[in-house]
Design a protein around this ligand. Structure first.
Ligand code: FMN
Length: 313
């Protein structure tokens, strides 16, 4: 069935969704980008690495900087400090991270247990900056506390301009088959601000299914773009009932390698290993090439691997 394409966002991914990767995705039709999550506390301490995480390129537009933190005043101060140094299009608040070192401080998905705190954080940031404030959340802490509607209404009351809902609970982590589109749908019905659905969108079919099941205003795609930054163009084509676009995958990989070494000359070699492992899947000889990746450390090493890709890659 032909369907007009809704906005497709690249979901934030700490450790994977860095500037190089985001810029590689950009030409394939991404409607919005978000930084890796940044600690509000670290920003208020003036941590240089935290400011560096907010850096982005011209092609990444609109661009949101994502903050995590549990104290409204700290998050608001961090938001102000960041937008003063790094021009961007808004601040996204992370109320969904399930990592224990974050939740044990009452941050990330732990905030879902306290909708009033969510409201207070959104309201403090809204008051602090003249830009849109968006929220990314999950559907609850665990199966016995599916309270995303309450959290969403609290965020809306605080002034949130948009919500992205990852259809899993904190307890679900990233397990396959645990996305609950019906919970996202309840949010779509309950709030008047746009709701973006997220979770396990990897191709045209899964995109169509999540859109139909939720009625969301758009989709955010995370892991489905790893090793497949062209997935945005594929989904757009599929929803329009068109053939998938031709993609020169080798050129995409070469650009990714070049940008990674340009932006992070020291860390690139290590970080690219994960990305390359994602690219190198699903064809004969992939395992051997993934083996070569573990020893790669220079742009020439990566070029050598790309040159060995089979003709039907
Ligand atoms: C490696 C990795 C890092 C992530 N980092 C963040 C993050 O910094 N902020 C955030 O809101 N979500 C983060 N997420 C969650 C994703 O944005 C997304 O909600 C989740 O992966 C489900 O979407 P997907 O099935 O399309 O990947 C991360 C996910 C992964 C796999």
């Amino acid at each position: 069935m032909k369907q007009t394409c809704v906005p497709l966002f690249l979901a934030p991914m700490a450790g994977a969704g860095d500037r190089a990767f985001r810029e590689v995705c950009a030409p394939f039709g991404v409607d919005g980008f978000t930084s890796e999550m940044i600690s509000a506390k670290a920003v208020t301490f003036g941590d240089r690495n935290s400011f560096a995480l907010a850096e982005h390129g011209d092609g990444e537009a609109p661009f949101l900087i994502q903050l995590f933190g549990s104290e409204p005043e700290t998050v608001a101060r961090a938001a102000r400090a960041l937008i003063a140094r790094v021009p961007c299009d808004g601040i996204d608040l992370n109320f969904g991270c399930p990592v224990p070192k974050i939740t044990k401080n009452g941050e990330g998905s732990a905030l879902m247990r306290d909708p009033e705190k969510c409201r207070a954080i959104v309201a403090a940031v809204k008051e602090a900056i003249p830009l849109p404030v968006t929220v990314k959340t999950r559907v609850g802490w665990d199966a016995s506390s599916l309270n995303v509607v309450k959290v969403a209404l609290a965020c809306q009351a605080g002034g949130a301009d948009r919500l992205t809902v990852h259809g899993r609970t904190k307890a679900d982590l990233y397990r396959d088959g645990t996305v609950r589109p019906e919970e996202i749908r309840k949010v779509v019905k309950a709030v008047s601000i746009p709701v973006i659905a997220n979770g396990d969108v990897r191709d045209g079919n899964s995109a169509r299914e999540l859109l139909t099941a939720t009625g969301a205003a758009g989709l955010a795609i995370g892991r489905g773009a790893l090793g497949r930054p062209w997935v945005f163009a594929e989904i757009r084509a599929a929803l329009a009932g068109e053939a998938p676009p031709e993609v020169d995958k080798r050129s995409v990989m070469r650009r990714h390698v070049a940008l990674a070494f340009q932006y992070k000359p020291v860390a690139a070699a290590g970080e690219l290993r994960t990305h390359m492992a994602h690219y190198l899947r699903g064809f004969r000889g992939a395992a051997a090439l993934r083996g070569a990746v573990s020893a790669a450390s220079t742009p020439a090493d990566y070029e050598n691997i790309i040159a060995q890709l089979p003709s039907d890659f």
